[in-house]
Structures are given as C-alpha cells and as structure tokens.
Design a protein around this ligand. Structure first.
Ligand code: DGL
Length: 253
C-alpha cells in the first residue's frame, strides 16, 4: 500500500479524502485539518505558505509517498512553491476541475465559488482562459459560506439565503466549479437555487492524477490529525464522514 497525506485548513478536505478513499481504499491515509489556523481564506500569502510548509514537512516525516493539497486556497497560492521545494510528489485540486469545466460547459459561461483569497488570485479564470479564450469565467469568493459549512450549519433558512445571494451574481452560468473543499456539503442547496447547473467537484477530478502514484494494495488505514480541538474536529467531521467513528490526534506544528 501507499502512504498518502491529505491536508486542508479544516474539515472541508474530508470531502476530497472521501472521494479518493472510496476509489482507492487500500492505502494508508493521513488527513490533517489545520483547525488552529482556520480560516485560510482570510490569511496572507506568506501565512498560507508557512502553514503549508509546516504541514508538508510533518507529512514527509511520516514518510508519505504522495501529498494531496485538498485545499483550493493552498493550491492557488502555495502549490508551485511546495512542488519546487520538496521532492515528494504533490498534487493540487485545480487543474482537473479546470479541464472538466471546459469539457461540460455548453454556453461557455463557467462560475467558480471559492474563498475570497482563491477568487483574488484568479487562478481558475487564468487557467481556464489559457486553454480556451472563448469562454467566460465568473469567480465569486464567499468566506461566509465556507464558515457555514465549517460550523455545520447547512440546512437552515439563513444559509439558503446567503447561498442564494452569492449565486445570484452568477446565475447565468451553466457550469459551476466548487472551488473550495467545504462546498460539496452545499451541493443539494446549490442545486435548489440553480437546478440546471452542472457542478464540478475538484475532488472527483484528481483521481486520474493520483492513480500512478499509489499501489492501492493490502491494507486500509485512515489517520486523522488536527492542530485544533480534537472533539470539535470529530463533531464537524460528521458532515462528510457519517458511516464510522473516527479517531483524531492533535499535533502541534
Ligand atoms: N477549504 C479551503 C479551500 O478549499 C479553505 C477554507 C478556509 O480555510 O477559509 O479553499
């Protein structure tokens, strides 16, 4: 089996872990939620680079074969830096989603919802336009929606209204990239507001990039770490992992 490290600022990256684990269960997975430093969406580039280096170094000390940067914000800001600095293969979530959105859009209008930081980098827009300059890309950042998921307040009227107000700005798109790991938890709500939109979940699009790095044989292990509070992480993790109880360890990095 292979050892795979996956990290995010919080529980959102569990949406990525879930997709990968379901496809390739026979590996050892180390998931890190950097809860003590959540939210990344409001940090400076320097802080994001610093946190992602610390986590990458922790994962390297665990001898992982592959690191998956589940977080879109880190993928936008620090991925190239991490790839240059460390020898271990490191994969982010953006490229696969870019390709998928171009494959499925019919009207050439693609939306991206993300943290404000990811939106400000315009990484999705720039990557999409570099492949096809005839489409249009509309990026919306909402930290409020990220926090709603992180705090587990998904199915209530205020959340619906905030999501509606956010999506109102881009209601003409036919394809919507969930450019933040937390947003797969809002998929049903999004489809209530934009029933015809085609959703791109970046987690599903990284499968093809990772299969060459892992052998997926013999053993299945899931280890969860947080830099924050263990019980709060466990509780919040239920948004994405409902089927079994997880053990969480705290790390100070
Ligand atoms: N979940 C992260 C992302 O995909 C960022 C959330 C946050 O910490 O603000 O961008």
């Amino acid at each position: 089996m292979s050892k795979i490290g996956i990290f995010d600022s919080g529980i959102g990256g569990l949406s990525v872990l879930k997709v990968i684990y379901e496809k390739f269960p026979n590996n050892i997975y180390f998931y890190i939620g950097d809860e003590n430093y959540y939210p990344y969406g409001l940090k400076s580039d320097g802080e994001i680079i610093d946190r992602s280096e610390k986590i990458t170094e922790f994962l390297i000390s665990q001898k992982v074969d592959l690191i998956i940067v589940a977080c879109n914000t880190v993928s936008s800001i620090a991925l190239d830096h991490l790839k240059k600095k460390y020898e271990v293969p490191i994969i982010g979530v953006i490229d696969g989603a870019v390709e998928k959105s171009l494959k499925i859009t019919k009207n050439g209008l693609i939306g991206v919802i993300s943290t404000p930081l990811t939106a400000n980098t315009h990484i999705y827009r720039d990557k999409i336009l570099s492949k096809d300059s005839n489409v249009k890309v509309y990026e919306v950042g909402s930290q409020e929606l990220v926090n709603i998921v992180e705090n587990g307040i998904i199915n209530n009227d205020p959340t619906y209204l905030i999501a509606k107000e956010t999506l109102e700005k881009i209601k003409f798109v036919d394809t919507l990239i969930l450019g933040c790991t937390h947003f797969p938890a809002l998929q049903d709500l999004i489809l209530k507001i934009l029933p015809d939109v085609k959703i791109v979940d970046p987690a599903k699009e990284i499968i093809k990039y990772i299969k060459n790095y892992i052998d997926n044989k013999d053993k299945s292990v899931l280890e969860f770490y947080t830099t924050g509070d263990i019980n709060s992480f466990k509780e919040k993790a239920k948004i994405f992992i409902k089927d079994f109880e997880i053990e969480v360890k705290r790390i100070l990095i």
